[in-house]
Each structure stands twice: as structure tokens, then as C-alpha cells.
Ligand binder design. Structure first.
Ligand code: ATP
Ligand code: MG
Length: 390
């Protein structure tokens, strides 16, 4: 059994796709065609059914085909237990959507995210090591939201609370009375959600770390030589001195009460600095994942090739941990234009790793999917999809 499999996707008026029904096979599926035809759009529709949002920065209404009132995406998929369906209807203007899982209406996204799991790999992810911390936070958020509904709930609550508290900080110089009266309530709730998120992130990073090390060593041994060892460490924003003084405490990141107390302390005793900055300065929205190679920062020390191998290892690790947490069911891998960005060795490695998994990928050139086996070729032209099996 291959794990989670997307069998078909039906689309109406999503992006440049007027109407489409595309079937996928269990192995490799390649969407190929010229630029701007709708390859990424279809991948985006599949991703949308997993996370309830796009991987591109876009307003929901922009996902609806220009000039249309609503869009629909239906994903029929299975895991090792059962066949399922997820259906989304998006409406222009009203900012409202109807979501159904197996024909039953879903009220909150956290009830459905995780039913259909994906690992997306696109060129932007090749900057996971070199890029800013928001890329690594997003890596954690996308992976953890699919694994733990409680994580997603906390994250959604945290984002709302953070907005409120930050607005309050910005208004504080003019309205100190309101700030003093309401800040304790926002900070207490924020600290509570931050502690929950911290526990999940700390555990996830240590799980991913094991797989990244194994994948990276494997790639190095096979292709490049060298025995450098990577290490991923969760870096929460809780004050470096405080973290240092708790460095040897193995229970720190499982003790919700203590983490919450610490966040609350930070949020209630440093108001001058926060009001000066007009921003909430401590919390999970500032977190990072430290990535080192033989103890040195990979961002500065690792070669370009090693950074790419690390990014690739992080994506593969995301799949492994997802499978581990879901009774062995591998998620579906979505590769947007990424194979052409990898050199021959890393491409070979990825191809080997994808054996026995479902992959839906995009590329201009149909030869891109040289996976040494059958490939479901889907030609994309102006939002229309033509399939022929090879
Ligand atoms: P590339 O090879 O360059 O990555 P692609 O085939 O992946 O191309 P997509 O990103 O899937 O291209 O599709 C881009 C096209 O979709 C663009 O021409 C864009 O104008 C169109 N498009 C995007 N959003 C909408 C929308 N809401 N309605 C209609 N067309 C849209
Ligand atoms: Mg594209």
C-alpha cells in the first residue's frame, strides 16, 4: 500500500480552469505544457483541498476564475483505511465557502485539515536554509497543521490574538488606559496558545532532525563524499539567557505550565520596549529552526549544493514524519517545477525516494519525469487537461 492517494480532482472555475476532471495514478503523475497554461493551478487546487488555502500568497477570491461567481474543487482520495472525498465551494465577494468531507458539512478548517495530507516541494523551498525564518516557520506550520488539529486551532487563535495585542500596543501611546485594562487578557491568552505551539514545534523539530540526518548522510555518501553532520534545533523566542539557563532540562519543552508562565512573564514585564517597537516582541511568531553542519551555521558554512541537499532532506523528512504519525500512510508529494532546479545527483536521489509513492508534479518538458517507470502524462493547455498513459 502506497499511503494516501489522490484518485481524481474535479474543478470548476478555479483559476484559469473552466472545468476539468483529472484522474491520477498511484505512482508518478506529470502535468506538462508551456508556461502559463495551468500546471501550477491544478497543483494548487490539489493543495487547497489539503490545507484549505493556497501555497501562493493570494486572496481567496482571486482563486475564482476571472468573471465567475464561484469555484468548486472536489478531491476523491483514499488512505489505507478508506475512500474519502473533500469538496470546496468558494464564493466571490462574500468571502465565504462551503466545505464538505464525505458529503458532510465542515464548520472549521481544523476539523478537515489532515484528512488528505501533502508535502509540497517548490523552488522556494530550496531557500529553506538560506532564506528568512518565516520560511522555516511556514515549514513547521504546514507540516504540523496537517498532523495535529489542535496545533492548527492554536495557531489560528494565536494569529488573531497577536493582531489584537499588536494593535493595542500601537494605540498605547495615545490610549494608555485601554492598554492597561485589556492587555493582561490578550497576553494571558497569547501565552497559553504560544506554550501549546512551542511543545508541538519542539517535538516536531527533533523528529525531523533524525530523518534529515539520515537522508543527508545518505546523499553525501552516495554522491559527494564527506561526513558532515547536520543538526536542526528548535529556537523559540523566549529570551536567550532564560533558554541558556534551562539548556540541560530535558522536560522544558513538554512542560506547558512552565512555558506558559515564561511567555506571560515576557509579555507582561517589557511593555516599554514593546510599545516603543509597536510590536509583540516575544512569541512563536518570531521562532526559528537553527540548522548547522558540523556545529556551524549551515546558512554561512554549507556549500550551495549542501544547502540544496539539506532542503531536500527536510522535505523528505516531512514525508517520513507525516507517515510515522499516520499509521505509516505516506502523504502525496506535490512537486512544482522543482526537478529542473536540481542537479543530476539530487534528482536521482529524489526519484529513488519517490518509488512506491504518489507524486503529482509539474514541468514544461514531458521528459522531466524520467522515473524509470510508468508515468501518467497530463498535457496542460489553456486550463484544459489531456491525459494519455505511457
Ligand atoms: P509556468 O510553467 O510558467 O509555471 P503554469 O502552467 O504553472 O506556468 P499557472 O500558474 O498554472 O501556469 O497558470 C497561470 C495562468 O493562470 C496565468 O496565465 C494567469 O493569468 C491565469 N490565472 C491565474 N488566476 C486566474 C484566475 N483567477 N482566473 C483566470 N485565470 C487566472
Ligand atoms: Mg507553474
Amino acid at each position: 500500500m502506497i499511503g494516501t492517494v489522490c484518485h481524481s480532482i474535479e474543478i470548476e472555475n478555479f483559476r484559469n480552469i473552466p472545468s476539468a476532471s483529472v484522474t491520477f495514478t498511484e505512482g508518478v503523475n506529470l502535468l506538462h505544457g508551456d508556461n502559463a497554461q495551468g500546471k501550477t493551478n491544478l497543483l494548487e487546487a490539489v493543495y487547497f483541498t489539503a490545507l484549505g488555502k493556497s501555497f501562493r500568497p493570494v486572496k481567496e477570491a482571486e482563486l475564482i476564475r476571472f468573471g465567475e461567481e464561484s469555484a468548486r474543487v472536489v478531491n476523491r482520495f483514499s488512505d489505507s483505511v478508506r475512500q474519502q472525498s473533500l469538496s470546496f465551494r468558494l464564493f466571490a465577494g462574500r468571502g465565504h465557502r462551503i466545505v464538505e468531507q464525505n458529503g458532510l458539512k465542515i464548520g472549521r478548517m481544523s476539523e478537515m485539515v489532515g484528512a488528505f495530507r501533502v508535502v509540497l516541494f517548490c523552488p522556494e523551498h530550496l531557500s529553506l536554509i538560506q532564506g528568512g525564518p518565516e520560511l522555516r516557520r511556514s515549514y513547521l506550520n504546514v507540516a504540523l497543521s496537517q498532523l495535529r488539529p489542535l496545533y492548527l486551532q492554536s495557531l489560528q487563535r494565536y494569529s488573531k490574538l497577536l493582531k489584537e495585542r499588536t494593535a493595542l500596543l500601537k494605540r498605547a501611546p495615545e490610549d494608555m488606559a485601554t492598554f492597561k485594562a485589556t492587555e493582561p487578557m490578550w497576553s494571558a491568552q497569547l501565552a497559553h496558545e504560544a506554550a501549546i505551539i512551542t511543545i508541538h514545534r519542539a517535538r516536531y523539530v527533533s523528529q525531523v532532525n533524525d530523518h534529515v540526518r539520515a537522508c543527508f548522510s545518505d546523499m553525501m555518501t552516495k554522491y559527494e563524499g564527506g561526513d558532515e553532520l547536520p543538526e536542526l534545533t528548535y529556537q523559540p523566542t523566549m529570551g536567550s539567557e532564560w533558554l541558556e539557563s534551562h539548556r540541560d532540562d530535558p522536560d522544558l519543552f513538554t512542560d506547558q505550565h512552565r512555558l506558559e508562565e515564561r511567555y506571560l512573564e515576557l509579555l507582561t514585564t517589557r511593555h516599554d520596549r514593546e510599545i516603543g517597537a509597536g510590536a509583540t516582541l516575544w512569541g512563536i511568531h518570531k521562532d526559528d529552526v537553527k540548522i548547522t553542519l558540523n556545529g556551524r551555521p549551515a546558512r554561512l558554512y554549507a556549500s550551495q549544493g549542501q544547502q540544496r541537499s539539506l532542503a531536500l532532506a527536510m522535505k523528505l523528512a516531512e514525508g517520513w514524519v507525516s507517515a510515522y504519525e499516520s499509521a505509516g500512510d505516506m502523504p502525496v508529494f506535490l512537486f512544482d517545477d522543482v526537478l529542473s532546479e536540481l542537479d543530476a545527483h539530487r534528482r536521482d536521489y529524489l526519484v529513488q525516494e519517490m518509488k512506491g509513492r504518489q507524486v503529482i508534479m509539474t514541468a514544461c518538458d514531458p521528459a522531466a519525469a524520467d522515473f524509470g517507470g510508468a508515468v501518467n502524462l497530463i498535457h496542460v493547455d489553456g486550463g484544459r487537461y489531456t491525459q494519455k498513459e505511457v
